[in-house]
Structure formats: structure tokens, C-alpha cells
Write a protein that binds this ligand. Structure first.
Ligand code: NDP
Length: 240
């Protein structure tokens, strides 16, 4: 039976690779984001059954409207997010500090919580929720790392809640992934090399590295894996 997969932030980078992976395996894939032209361009590049839905995943009303029309969902990939500090100047007041922390929490935590809560009653039993965390949760990266750490904690409770429905909930935590919009195209070649060099594999991660793991966690081969944070970072941050 054709599975329906929702990928937030599926118009660029890691999300687009995840969408392409599922679409290539025959799923019906819905990619979401805030820019219509970006979504349509991505849908045109992906081979398979891809639909687009433009809305801001921090907007509860917009998520409610999307959930009401989407139909049964098998896999939800909470990929939307990023470090909103890249779009801001350094804070000059406590008010600006609060704004920057709220922005990263909204972008990375609220998006995932609203999408998951909104779609839960539409999800088929036996499905999967996969949320994209970050190595920044362990290494530290201000409000961005703190927001990604919050996701990992929230995911444990989510997995507990969904276990009885045989829906798994996991976080995939990437290290540095090249070829996305994450760093807003501001990195020099030297900066990119500097980010890639701590990996034991000697290379930057690619969006497809994350897509492979997400697809596996949503597959029949991973039904006993839940409540976990899985690192995909080339060994940059080892775990036991
Ligand atoms: P991108 O910036 O390319 O992707 C982020 C996507 O999320 C964009 O398509 C963006 O589209 C969408 N998005 C952001 N905010 C919202 C929102 N409020 N509502 C709907 N869509 C939104 O970067 P990546 O592909 O690298 O990032 C994907 C995920 O991977 C993020 O969660 C990021 O934190 C994480 N990550 C990335 C790493 C890296 O090195 N690249 C490392 C570790 C984690 P639009 O702006 O049109 O809404």
C-alpha cells in the first residue's frame, strides 16, 4: 500500500533529500515550507509522487488547517528548523536576548511539537515520527543547541505516548551537513573545511546520509527502535 509521508522543510537541503528518498521508494510525499517557489522547484526536481503545502509550521492555525486536509499519514518527518541567530545581529539588550532564544525555540521545537500534535490523530498505527535534532545539542551552540536538546527530551515522552499504537518516535542528530541553506551561503571554503575536518570519515555529511537513516527508522526493519537519538556525524561526536 502507498505510504503517505509529510516532510517539513522539504523544499531544501536535508528535507529535500529525505523527500526524494521516500518518493523514490514509491511513497506519496508532501513537502512543506514557507516559500511556494522553493517548494515547487524542489517538487520538480524529485522523481515520484510529490505534493507541496506552503505554511509556517510555527503557526498553530496553519498547522490545524493542514492537518484537517491531509488525510491519513504514515510518516511525519519534523525537519524544519535551523539556527535563527544567523538572521539576527548580536543582541544588545536583555529583550533582544529573549527574542533570539524564543526564535530558535519556535523554529526548532514549536514547529515539531505543533506538527506532531496536529497530525497525531491522522496517523496510521505502525507509523513513525522522525525529528531532526543536531550535534549542537551535545556540543553546545547557544539557544540553537538548547532548542535541539529540548527536542530530544520531548521525543522520549512522545515515544512513550505512541508506543501503544506501534508508532515509533526518534531523533536523528546530524553533524555538519554540506549543501543546504543552513549556513545561508556565507561559509568560505576554509570555513567549510574547518567544519568538516573533525569528522573521522574525513568529509562533511551529505543530505543523503540523513535521508538514509530517516528512511530506515520509518521502515519495517526498525519497529523496535523508538525514543532514541541517533547520531549521524562521521564520528565527530562519539557516543557509547
Ligand atoms: P535548510 O535551511 O536548507 O532547511 C531548513 C528548511 O526548513 C527550509 O526548507 C525552510 O524553508 C524550512 N523551515 C524553516 N522554518 C520553517 C517554518 N517555521 N515553517 C516551515 N518550514 C520552515 O537547512 P538544513 O537542510 O541543513 O536543515 C534541516 C534540519 O537539519 C534543520 O532542523 C537543521 O537544524 C538540522 N541540522 C542541519 C545541520 C547542517 O549542518 N546543515 C546540522 C544539524 C542539524 P522555508 O524557509 O521556505 O520555510
Amino acid at each position: 500500500m502507498t505510504r503517505t509521508v509529510v516532510v517539513t522543510g522539504g523544499g531544501t537541503g536535508i528535507g529535500q533529500a529525505i523527500a526524494a528518498r521516500f518518493a523514490g521508494n514509491g511513497a506519496r510525499v508532501i513537502i512543506t515550507g514557507r516559500r511556494q517557489s522553493v517548494l515547487e522547484h524542489a517538487a520538480g526536481e524529485i522523481t515520484g509522487n510529490v505534493e507541496v503545502a506552503r505554511f509556517d509550521a510555527t503557526d498553530a492555525d496553519a498547522v490545524t488547517a493542514f492537518a484537517a486536509g491531509v488525510g491519513p499519514v504514515d510518516v511525519l518527518v519534523n525537519n524544519a528548523g535551523g539556527n535563527t541567530d544567523f538572521d539576527r545581529t548580536a543582541p544588545n539588550s536583555l529583550g533582544e536576548v529573549a527574542d533570539s532564544w524564543r526564535a530558535n525555540y519556535e523554529s526548532n521545537v514549536i514547529t515539531a511539537v505543533l506538527m506532531t500534535t496536529g497530525l497525531l490523530s491522522h496517523m496510521n498505527d505502525g507509523g513513525a515520527v522522525v525529528t531532526i535534532g543536531s550535534i549542537a545539542a551535545d556540543k553546545g551552540s547557544g539557544s540553537y543547541g538548547a532548542a535541539k536538546a529540548a527536542i530530544a527530551s520531548w521525543n522520549i515522552d512522545l515515544a512513550r505516548q505512541l508506543g501503544a499504537r506501534s508508532i515509533t518516535a526518534n531523533v536523528v542528530a546530524p553533524g555538519y551537513i554540506a549543501d543546504t541553506e543552513f549556513f545561508r551561503d556565507v561559509l568560505t571554503h576554509e570555513a567549510k573545511d574547518g567544519l568538516a575536518s573533525p569528522a573521522m570519515t574525513g568529509r562533511a555529511g551529505a543530505p543523503r546520509d540523513i535521508a538514509e537513516m530517516v528512511e530506515f527508522l520509518a521502515s519495517d526493519r526498525a519497529r523496535q527502535i523508538t525514543a532514541q537519538t541517533i547520531a549521524v556525524n562521521g564520528g565527530e561526536w562519539p557516543t557509547r
